[in-house]
Design a protein. Structure first.
Length: 178
C-alpha cells in the first residue's frame, strides 16, 4: 500500500514509478496533516521530480493543501499554484471518531468556509476535497461546486454504510451529474 494513516515512506521516484505502472490518470503528493510548511516542502520536491524525470508525460500530479486556518489553506493553495500545480486537492478535514477506526469531518463550518474561500479567491475549475464525501454532505458539496470528493470507506470498510447512502441518493434522484 502506497498510503496509510501514517502517510507514505516511498521516495517520490518510487511512488511515481508505482503510479506509472498502475497507469493512473492522477498521482497525489505526500502531504502532512495540518502542516502547511512541510506539505509545501513535499510539494516542491514532488513537482521537481515529476518534471525532471518526465513523469508529467505519464500522469497528472495532484497537489494537496493543508493548514490550520483559512488563511493558511489559501496561502498553501496559492503557493501550489505558483509552483505550477494545475490540479489541487484540499485535505486535513478529518479526525478520528473516538478510539474507533472511523473518521469524520472535524468541523462542518470550517470545511464549508475553506471551500468557499478557495472558490472565491482562486476560482478553480476542478476542486477535489479529500475524505469528506458522505451522502448527507452530497448537496452541500454540489452547492459549493466541488468537482470530486472521496471517502475513507476504502480504508476503514464503510462499504455497507456507503452502499445504503448511495441507494438513498439514487431513490431521491440526487446523484451528482457529470
Amino acid at each position: 500500500m502506497c498510503f496509510s494513516k501514517n502517510g507514505s515512506n516511498y521516495s517520490y521516484e518510487n511512488l511515481f514509478d508505482i503510479y506509472t505502472k498502475l497507469k493512473v490518470h492522477f498521482g497525489i503528493i505526500k502531504d502532512v496533516l495540518h502542516d502547511k510548511e512541510n506539505t509545501l516542502k513535499s510539494a516542491e520536491e514532488a513537482i521537481n521530480i515529476y518534471e525532471d524525470y518526465e513523469y508529467n508525460k505519464k500522469f497528472k500530479l495532484l497537489g494537496v493543501v493543508q493548514g490550520k486556518t483559512i488563511e493558511e489553506y489559501c496561502q498553501c493553495y496559492e503557493e501550489l499554484l505558483n509552483m505550477g500545480y494545475k490540479y489541487i486537492a484540499l485535505g486535513g478535514f478529518l479526525k478520528r471518531n473516538g478510539n474507533s477506526n472511523y473518521v469524520k469531518v472535524s468541523n462542518e463550518n470550517f470545511l464549508e468556509t475553506v471551500i468557499t474561500s478557495i472558490n472565491s479567491r482562486f476560482h478553480p475549475k476542478q476542486l477535489f476535497v479529500l475524505g469528506v464525501y458522505s451522502p448527507k454532505r452530497h448537496k452541500l458539496l454540489e452547492k459549493l461546486g466541488v468537482w470530486g470528493a472521496d471517502y475513507k470507506g476504502w480504508a476503514f470498510h464503510y462499504d455497507e454504510y456507503y452502499k445504503k447512502g448511495m441507494e438513498k441518493l439514487k431513490k431521491r434522484g440526487n446523484l451528482m451529474k457529470r
